[in-house]
Design a binder for this molecule. Structure first.
Ligand SMILES: [Mn+2]
Length: 267
């Protein structure tokens, strides 16, 4: 078996308020005027959420600030901003499709962007780490190479300078490529690796690791006793995680709408 390269992540410790609600992999298509409306409605239906964390691939493609002007973007950006103004801080972790979300997005949405993920102390005093999950695909060396190039300085420099037409064209091509990528289940080799999850848990000294990326729920114990949860893509059967003062519940995101999330915190 090929040896897995070590990927060093920057996981700052962020203060979060309980209940912490976590979702991932929305893959919103903002080229479509209605591409963000369901999610925007979901955001405006949230009540009693202490902190909302979105673990990457919020957008199916994001090539820079020019995309803020695309037809479906304002609905999403406005709804994020409204939630933040209602007193729920929003954390957005970069996914492999929207790693160019930057300060311009932060200013427009009121959300805080975290490049690699973050750690936090949960209400019971234990520590947890939250990442997108692509960095756990350590056996997919071609992807990890691409990831390094995509996140290099030249790319970060050019992205905010792209005019809308160019940005939209690049996003369109990425999106076309991704339709098949989302439908196709990754092979075991290209998927998230238990060994990588175990390494992350040990290095970050956490008892819980939560990620998305592979769009398939799992909840398992890692050697050493830490818990590893992978969320379904948004719209799936277990696409949200609620971490409250008393309980950790995996549930359907749409079941949170219109309910006081502090009351869902039951063991
Ligand atoms: Mn992904």
């Amino acid at each position: 078996m090929a040896s897995a390269p070590t990927i060093t992540l920057e996981l700052p410790e962020i203060e979060t308020a309980s209940p912490l609600v976590v979702v991932a992999d929305l893959h919103l298509d903002v080229a479509d005027e209605r591409g963000g409306t369901d999610f925007a409605r979901w955001l405006s239906g949230l009540q009693g959420v202490g902190t909302l964390a979105i673990l990457g691939d919020l957008f199916d493609a994001w090539v820079g600030p020019a995309q803020e002007q695309m037809p479906g973007a304002p609905a999403v950006l406005d709804a994020l901003l409204a939630l933040a103004r209602r007193g729920t801080p929003v954390l957005v972790v970069h996914g492999n499709r929207d790693f160019l979300l930057d300060r311009s997005f932060e200013a427009r949405s009121g959300a805080r962007v975290l490049r690699d993920g973050f750690t936090t102390r949960l209400a019971d005093g234990s520590r947890a780490a939250f990442v997108h999950g692509d960095t756990l695909c350590t056996l997919d060396t071609a992807y990890q190479r691409l990831r390094r190039v995509a996140r290099s300085r030249p790319v970060a420099w050019i992205a905010p300078r792209l005019p809308l037409a160019v940005g939209a064209a690049i996003a369109r091509r990425l999106r076309r490529a991704s339709v098949s990528a989302v439908a196709r289940k990754p092979s075991e080799e290209k998927s998230v690796q238990r060994a990588a999850a175990q390494t992350l848990v040990r290095e970050a000294a956490v008892a819980l690791l939560v990620c998305g990326h592979v769009h398939e729920f799992r909840d398992e114990e890692l050697p050493g006793g830490a818990r590893w949860i992978v969320l379904d893509a948004f719209g799936g059967a277990r696409d949200a995680l609620l971490l409250g003062d008393r309980a950790l519940v995996a549930l359907r995101a749409r079941d949170l709408v219109g309910r006081d999330c502090t009351r869902l915190d039951v063991p």
